[in-house]
Design a protein around this ligand. Structure first.
Ligand SMILES: Nc1ncnc2c1ncn2[C@@H]1O[C@H](COP(=O)(O)OP(=O)(O)OP(=O)(O)O)[C@@H](O)[C@H]1O
Length: 232
């Protein structure tokens, strides 16, 4: 079966216009459909910047960022937000849960902007509760305020939110950074089981090379990205 890149960057250049003059160029980077890829790089090497380009939260100054065959630069801001919600489940470093929303509110949020994802889980609340259980969250957790959960529990909620409605791509920015080693292992077991069940593409950012053996491929920032400017 021939694979096609689900994420593709070509001749990309990007410079942050505010606060810093940090700039990167990416001659070529491809992530294939269904791959699990670990992106390794030192702190400050531009990993989150690269993820922002792939998610379309920032746009390349030149070159192309294609996601699922669509050039993100060709979409309006509104269309890009919708496209991201449909295509990409994102697990942020700090989880980005709404603290005063319930767990269920938080999990269902991305579906509001993603009709295709919503159509894949017609009874979204039941699906959310089922996934919480699968990820070892306590019964009834869906009614709790996100702010009242432990860090490990918040992390699991962030995973359910990213996976609900089976987006084709899952992007995780250092999701294990606030966990001890045993919790990290458990978390990754659960994440990989879900990714395999949904046949998603997984791109995870880390600075921890010990995670490498779990992934199909490791991409080193220094091999794919040139840093062209440093913080002013
Ligand atoms: N929102 C922003 N506005 C302006 N500059 C930014 C912004 N985010 C990041 N930068 C710049 O980009 C540089 C690289 O940051 P980035 O977060 O991409 O690196 P990283 O490899 O993910 O780092 P870490 O591992 O510490 O999270 C920073 O030093 C900063 O100067």
């Amino acid at each position: 079966m021939s694979q096609c890149p689900v994420i593709e960057l070509r001749d990309v250049r990007f410079r942050w216009s505010s606060r810093s003059s940090f700039a990167i160029s990416v001659p070529e980077l491809q992530i294939e459909q269904g791959e699990t890829v670990l992106l390794l790089g030192e702190s400050g090497s531009g990993k989150s910047t690269l993820l922002s380009l792939m998610c379309g939260t920032v746009l390349a100054d030149s070159g192309e960022v294609n996601v699922g065959g669509t050039n993100l630069n060709s979409l309006s801001g509104w269309a890009r937000d919708r496209f991201r919600a449909e295509q990409i489940g994102i697990i942020f470093q700090q989880f980005n849960l709404l603290p005063f929303g319930t767990v269920l509110d938080n999990i269902l949020l991305p579906l509001k902007f993603a009709p295709k994802r919503r159509a894949r889980c017609p009874d979204a609340a039941a699906k959310a509760i089922e996934m919480c259980k699968l990820l070892g969250l306590p019964e009834g957790v869906e009614k709790s305020k996100a702010a009242n959960l432990s860090v490990g529990q918040q992390q699991r909620v962030a995973v359910v939110r990213a996976l609900i409605g089976e987006p084709p791509i899952l992007i995780a920015d250092e999701p294990t950074s606030s966990l001890d080693e045993t919790s990290q292992e458990n978390f990754l077991d659960l994440l990989f089981a879900q990714v395999a069940a949904q046949k998603s593409t997984l791109l995870m950012v880390s600075h921890d090379p010990r995670l490498a053996s779990r992934f199909d491929r490791v991409v080193y920032m220094k091999d794919v990205v040139s840093v062209e400017g440093r913080q002013a």
